[in-house]
Design a protein around this ligand. Structure first.
Ligand code: ADP
Ligand code: MG
Length: 453
């Protein structure tokens, strides 16, 4: 495996683990430039990224790299002032045929004016009952930009296609209104760092120009600006300026506006004044369609039983689904054997363990207790208090869902009969599927686990 391949695999894995915009912000334009005596040298575009990655992601990165190359002992980060290397056609061929097509290389193709990645189109967006409404809204907006559905607010869990859909709207508008309408996409982390930079350098005018001089502003993962006062303030003014001029505003978030705790009231009510839709977990047929679609695009094949196995085991995250698929293909190439159901299961088991890394059962209990504002022992005691019912059931659900613990073991841990555990698991599972705000709660608890690990 050459350095580039190794790095692409690592990025693919990081993307799954981070599940958020930080991936794009901090790791784009990064490169693995060299390895010597167990030291892996990683080039980053600026000091900002270097500091951030050194402090926050170093351990994760090293762990992942080690999975692919056991000689890795240590990472060294360098700052390059050069533009990222322009990729040759050959690099792209390797990438698209063999490796993770979502990872780093895609960034090379992002349109610098709009920040849109041409990979995300409405055509390549597969529609099922879980995202039908959001998709219909997207089509309506493309036809009637800025007036009817403004702002458009879309929310849902990680890896369910929010970024894909909102970028696809931008790409479609760009094509339809050739040059007459200027969309702009920005992650809320990038927006924040722009505002911070502008304040420091007394260049607020630049920011105003950059973000107000557009016809469609697409802002991704807005939950990250909640609580950052100056950024919210600037966003509020940008929002108003655009809104008053009938410019389209498109916003994504991992939860509905009313559940972003730190969001200023005035922003919240603006968001609620437009069209809000959610995206939910993909159903089985859609998961199959996505897998087949990806295989076709990469000109690859897998047996129906393997496709079925993947679709059955990965239900909650399309990004994860794609990651697993890439791993199976990679495995097949490397070992030169055809992957069957059993091998596929093993690969998936390994990769889902990885997903929640080093999380223990006690950490899960703690996270649940913290979320519901109770003490951890309350989850175990036999009190019949009504307010303990939900946290307890959620705890059982998460132990099963994340750690794949057996029902009897969970029962023992929480002092309950295993049939109670099964009942709780199924109940929560159903709730998640039919009740979006509830689903958001589960996502938030999972996120809190990610942030601590
Ligand atoms: P989110 O922004 O909600 O975390 P993304 O938009 O990044 O999720 O989607 C994760 C991955 O899954 C992307 O590679 C995206 O192209 C793919 N994806 C998500 N939804 C769909 C869909 N409906 N059809 C095809 N691909 C999808
Ligand atoms: Mg996203």
């Amino acid at each position: 495996m050459d350095l580039n391949q190794l790095w692409q695999l690592t990025l693919g894995e990081m993307e799954i683990q981070l599940s958020r915009a930080s991936f794009a912000t901090w790791l784009k334009n990064s490169q693995l430039v060299d390895k010597r005596d167990g030291i892996f040298y990683i080039a980053l575009p600026n000091n900002f990224a270097k500091e951030w990655i050194e402090n926050k992601y170093q351990k994760n990165l090293l762990g992942i790299i080690r999975n692919f190359d056991s000689s890795a002992r240590k990472l060294e980060f360098l700052v390059t002032n050069q533009e990222p290397k322009v990729l040759s056609k050959k690099d792209l061929e390797i990438d698209f045929n063999k490796l993770d097509s979502q990872a780093g290389l895609d960034f090379a193709k992002v349109d610098p004016d709009t920040n849109l990645n041409p990979r995300y189109t409405l055509d390549s967006f597969i529609v099922g009952s879980s995202n039908e409404l959001a998709h219909a809204a997207a089509l309506a907006i493309v036809q009637d930009v800025g007036i009817k559905y403004n702002p458009f607010f879309i929310y849902g869990g990680v890896g369910l296609g929010k970024t894909h859909l909102i970028q696809a709207i931008g790409n479609e508008i760009k094509v339809r209104h050739k040059g007459k309408m200027r969309p702009k996409y920005v992650s809320s982390e990038k927006f924040t760092s722009d505002v911070v930079w502008a304040i420091r350098n007394k260049r607020m005018e630049d920011i105003k120009k950059k973000y107000r001089d557009v016809d469609v502003l697409i802002i991704d993962d807005i939950q990250f600006i909640g609580g950052k006062e100056k950024t919210e303030e600037e966003f509020f003014h940008t929002f108003n300026a655009l809104y008053e001029n009938n410019k389209q505003i498109i916003i994504s978030s991992d939860r509905p506006p009313q559940s972003i705790p730190t969001l200023e009231e005035r922003l919240r009510s603006r968001f609620e004044g437009g069209l809000t839709t959610d995206i939910n977990y993909p159903e089985y047929e859609m998961r199959i369609a996505i897998i087949k679609n990806r295989l076709q695009a990469a000109n690859r094949q897998l047996s129906d039983e393997v496709i079925d196995t993947v679709a059955n085991l990965i239900k909650r995250n399309i990004r994860e689904l794609e990651g697993v698929l890439n791993k199976i293909l990679f495995y097949q190439d490397k070992k030169g054997v055809e992957v069957d159901r059993k091998i596929a299961q093993e690969i998936i088991e390994k990769s889902t363990q990885n997903f929640f890394g080093r999380i223990s059962d006690d950490q899960i209990l703690k996270a649940v207790a913290a979320f519901y504002n109770i003490e951890t022992p309350d989850l175990i005691t036999r009190s019949r208090k009504k307010e303990m019912v939900e946290p307890r059931q959620v705890a059982m659900y998460l132990l099963r869902d994340i750690l794949r613990m057996s029902y009897p073991y969970i029962g023992e841990k929480l002092g309950r009969d295993h049939t109670t555990v099964i009942h709780s698991f199924e109940k929560i599972n159903q709730e998640i599927n039919k009740n979006s705000p509830f689903n958001q709660k589960i996502i938030m608890i999972k996120e809190s686990l990610h942030n601590k690990s």
